[in-house]
Design a protein around this ligand. Structure first.
Ligand code: LLP
Length: 409
């Protein structure tokens, strides 16, 4: 959690300035207490006997965070064999990992089979190929519930425009294909989008997915995916998580009662667990003005946090070295050779001087995870704060890392 002391920003017991002093800039900092708290809140609002929270680790795959959530009792939603590999490395048992991939190759399925990971089948093609590779095994189905929602068009994963999942009008074909290969459908899954702050669209998808349950006689679970948003901008209201938990639990309880069988309830939160726990710290090195603008140049950019250029996403930006000073209007930009390389435009921030530390808040989800080496820039280091400990959990990349996979002779 962040706080302000002596006009400086603190993350836990450490000031942002001292963290940059100690670990260098730029730096991703994660607060363990916030992640634990979010996990517990979500677990506690679901009043249903058999519930699994699968952390959607695409949001942040730092192994320290994976381990922390494993210790809390999380399972994993993995989107790639690489994520499965990291989850296994972090100590998750194979039966606590569910794989939901898109356009999955036979080689990838062979890896998942070898690791004994349950797969959410995403297309008829995949169903047929998987049936040939592994007849008689268990599968789960990702269904496109024909409805979607998200904080940006790029983050809507349900409805006819979405490339994800099997369609509601393919159920007969799905059954025929699974019967042919004696595949047992043990789970149903839907994920309608990301950054949802209103329970209504989510509940619409819940209803659509529950409508599919009677088609399959051997189900053990229904997985409603993730997508629970967090407020980024000051005018955004948080999702009423208690109300959401009540509605989902009672809807599912009533459904199971009418259906005559208790199924497991699964969810796949990513952002909700880690977004607010993460801060990107970066140092201002250049303040530049023209007749219209004041540009604040920092030692980071879209290669470290791409959410503003990609989704016009809002991140709170604090001058961590001087939290309350005269408010001035800035465009905060990075070092990348792209005109979209901004963290914000026209934002009032406490007067920034060269050398100040800027804190870009709520950067724990889809921050480092979407980073790149564009412009041959190394990625930043990552630090996990837990109580009075600040532990380096990923070293800063070096120039040698830029050559690591290149064949140069
Ligand atoms: N399950 C599935 C199958 C997903 O595809 C996703 C996210 C999640 C769960 C977790 O969603 P969450 O709870 O984190 O919203 N890069 C975007 C977000 C893309 C999300 C992709 N899928 C962003 O920065 O806003």
């Amino acid at each position: 959690m962040t706080s302000i002391r002596d006009n400086r920003l603190y993350i836990g017991v450490f000031s942002a300035d001292e963290l940059l002093e100690r670990f260098g800039s730029p730096l991703y900092v994660y607060d363990a207490a916030t992640i634990r708290e979010r996990f517990r809140v979500l677990r506690d609002v679901l009043i249903f006997p058999d519930t699994d929270l699968h952390y959607a680790c695409k949001a942040n795959t730092n192994v320290a965070i994976l381990r922390l959530l494993r210790e809390e009792g999380a399972c994993i939603d993995a989107v790639s064999p690489g994520e499965v590999y990291l989850a296994l490395y972090a100590g998750f048992a194979p039966d606590r990992i569910l794989f939901t991939g898109n356009n999955v190759t036979d080689e990838e399925m062979a890896y998942l089979l070898a690791q004994r990971i349950l797969i959410n089948i995403d297309s008829l093609s995949q169903l047929e190929r998987y049936g040939r590779m592994a007849p008689g095994t268990d599968i789960s189905l990702r269904i496109n519930p024909d409805t979607g929602s998200g904080h940006h068009d790029h983050c809507i994963t349900g409805g006819p425009d979405s490339k994800f999942g099997l369609c509601l009008d393919q159920l007969d074909e799905i059954r025929a294909l699974s019967d042919r290969s004696k595949l047992q459908v043990v789970g149903l899954h839907a994920h309608v989008g990301s950054g949802i702050l209103d329970a209504e669209p989510f509940m619409k998808a819940v209803d659509a997915l529950l409508g599919v349950v009677p088609y399959f006689a051997h189900l053990t679970f229904v997985d409603f995916g993730g997508g629970f948003g967090v407020p980024y901008a000051p005018d955004e209201r948080p999702l009423d998580i208690r109300d959401f938990g009540d509605r989902l639990s009672s809807r599912f309880r009533d459904f199971c009662a009418a259906y005559g069988r208790l199924l497991r309830l699964k969810l796949e939160p990513g952002r909700y667990l880690v977004a607010e726990a993460g801060t990107l710290l970066t140092r201002c090195n250049t303040v530049k003005t023209n007749r219209l603008k004041t540009f604040v140049g920092v030692d980071s950019g879209l290669h470290h946090l791409i959410r503003y250029p990609l989704y016009n996403a809002y991140h709170e930006i604090v001058n961590a070295s001087c939290v309350s000073g005269e408010l001035l209007v800035y465009d905060v930009c990075g070092q990348i050779c792209e005109s979209s390389d901004f963290f914000t435009r026209n934002r009032s921030i406490s007067c920034i001087r060269e050398g100040d530390t800027l804190a870009i808040l709520n950067a724990g989800a889809y921050g480092f995870a979407m980073s790149s080496n564009y412009n041959s820039r190394p990625r930043p280091a990552e630090v996990l704060i837990d109580g009075d400990k600040a532990q380096l959990v990923r070293r800063r990349e070096t120039f040698e890392d830029l050559l690591r996979s290149q064949i140069t002779d």
